[in-house]
Design a protein. Structure first.
Length: 161
């Protein structure tokens, strides 16, 4: 399993990473996000969506809708948030399983709430609060598609981690 770790000093650095990652998305890709409240999961999703060609301002937190589709330039990005879900049965009622493997990519916040809802091949990203604006991003690839995304992730600038 390939992995990478980055330390970002501000939300803009996190956004730059997300935009580059979003520009690499292909139909069928799956990203699952972990992290406590305020870690920056939705900020990262907005940046990934922007990188995938979703119009600025389109992305909102799907905490109440659970699943929102956004049309990007080359694919549909399905954005889910499992925070308010109790189990797989509640998730099933949202139509989530219908979008897996379709023409879009999927990104899920709070993937750890229903861990058996991930496909076999996925990119796991954990955001950890390291300070007021500082975040640690740890990404792990589970499968060849996710490894491709991980290898395409931006490398740190000289002198930065």
């Amino acid at each position: 399993m390939e992995a990478l770790e980055r330390l970002f000093d501000d939300p803009e650095a996190t956004a730059r990473f997300g935009e580059r990652l979003g520009s690499q998305l292909s139909p069928g890709d799956f990203i699952g996000l972990r992290g406590e409240l305020g870690a920056g999961k939705t900020t990262l999703v907005r940046a990934i969506a922007h990188g995938a060609g979703v119009a600025e301002g389109e992305v909102s937190s799907p905490t109440f809708a659970i699943l929102n589709p956004y049309r990007g330039t080359s694919l549909v990005l399905h954005h889910a948030d499992f925070y308010r879900l109790k189990d797989r049965d509640e998730l099933y009622a949202t139509g989530y399983f219908d979008v897996l493997g379709d023409e879009g990519a999927v990104i899920v916040e709070w993937i750890d709430r229903i861990p058996d809802a991930v496909p076999d091949d996925w990119l796991e990203i954990t955001l950890t609060i390291e300070g007021e604006a500082r975040r640690r991003l740890t990404a792990r690839a589970h499968g060849p598609r996710a490894e491709r995304l991980l290898r395409a992730s931006p490398q740190p600038s000289p002198g930065r981690r």
